[in-house]
Design a protein around this ligand. Sequence first.
Ligand code: OOG
Ligand code: MG
Length: 262
Amino acid sequence: MNDDPRVDHALVQTLDDATTGVRAVTNAGATDVPAAYAVQEALVARRLQRGESLVGWKLGFTSLAKMAQMGVSDVIVGRLTSGMEVRDGGAVDLGRFIHPRVELEIAYRLARDVDPAAPAEEALSAVDAVAPALEIIDSRYQDFRFTLADVIADNTSAAAFVIGSWTAIEAAGELGGRAVALTVDGQTAQNGSTDAILGHPLRALPALAEVARRQGMALRAGQVVLAGAATAAVALTPGAVVQAEVDGLGAVTVRAATADGR
Ligand code: OOG
Ligand code: MG
């Protein structure tokens, strides 16, 4: 909403330029969370005007590992667009990013709209499938240093994501307590459990519904949801082949390609 009085248009411009120009900026030192979500909406609206579509939502700081890594301790929500999607097994061009990091995530698919007036727990019943996923984050701020409001304004560092094969939620079994592993070139970089996500990975959905209700975000059928990293993020370097595996759900892979295609 461009007429939203909370939107700091200069910050929207700065963050959009940083993204398209692949250049870090100093953080804004922002503190007002609702105003930051308004900036995020306006920032993503620019991508939509350039032809991308809104395909889903991502949570951040749902694990202690991420909170500790970034020094921030509140759940945040960002927007995923079509231009961020990379196919499983594909390559992602590192030239698009400033200082990319990769995270092991779990993705959910919404089979129906989530009613913002319903209790947040009901968001669980909107999910019809689950998949292992990778997220590439790329803060537009120097050295990944930001306040909570800064990172919300910057669309929660969203840059790219990869989703593995979907498993129907009824067939997936208990999602809590599953072992997860993030490997880089076949070597384990991080491992842990799906319970690192808010104590149980399904808790991501009510947490999302709660933020969505407060910030006026419409959760729609067909959208995907990234539950937030289960482990700390690792730097994504040229040529790396990164894989995320979630016990019982399979694996998802991406290769970090350089501009010359290697
Ligand atoms: C913010 C994004 C956090 C997650 O999964 O916790 C996030 C950042 O760390 O730059 O995506
Ligand atoms: Mg993430």
